[in-house]
Write a protein that binds this ligand. Structure first.
Ligand code: SF4
Ligand code: SF4
Length: 156
């Protein structure tokens, strides 16, 4: 198995040594585990800011790959898709999935062993059952009134 960290020229276990704010763009991008969970629609209690993930996926998510089908020009289709950066992580971390690498590091927690940066295998996020692979329903076919029926428990 090729070591994705070496392949990308990133320092070994850089996320344990560098604060998020000091990471290079390549390091920042590599933190994403490819789970696709941030592309699920969420229900938020306005009073408590409690967030529940639903299996109702954004129209651009391909749930086979768990990737955005139009990542580069996604804002043409989904104008409010967040561009997560070190500068706005404080604002968004509360609604990010519990296993999201950005949220974990922001909370001072370690990454899980199934994270591709640790396992060396981009599929380990799927085999560990963390990703949304083959587990979503379309937002086109699912009226908002039914989203509550699709709330999912997050594996942690
Ligand atoms: S939830 Fe976090 S780790 Fe998962 S795809 Fe989204 S940004 Fe990447
Ligand atoms: S536009 Fe793409 S990156 Fe944004 S939520 Fe939808 S699938 Fe995810």
């Amino acid at each position: 198995m090729t070591d994705p960290i070496a392949a990308k020229g990133l320092a070994k276990r850089f996320w344990e040594k560098k604060p998020l704010a000091q990471m290079s763009p390549a390091e920042w991008e590599a933190l994403c585990d490819g789970c696709g969970k941030c592309c699920l629609n969420k229900l938020e209690d306005e009073d408590t800011q409690e967030v529940a993930l639903t299996r109702v996926a954004c129209r651009l998510l391909d749930d086979a790959t768990c990737r955005c089908t139009h990542y580069e020009n996604r804002h043409q289709f989904v104008p409010d898709c967040i561009v997560l950066k070190p500068e706005n992580l404080d604002t968004h971390a509360y609604w990010m999935p519990l296993t999201c690498a950005y949220r974990l590091l922001w909370q001072g927690k370690p990454l899980y062993d199934w994270h591709p940066l640790i396992s060396g295998d981009p599929d380990s996020v799927h085999t560990a059952g963390i990703s949304v692979q083959y587990g979503t329903v379309s937002e086109f076919d699912t009226p908002f009134e039914e989203w509550e029926d699709h709330i999912i428990e997050e594996p942690t």
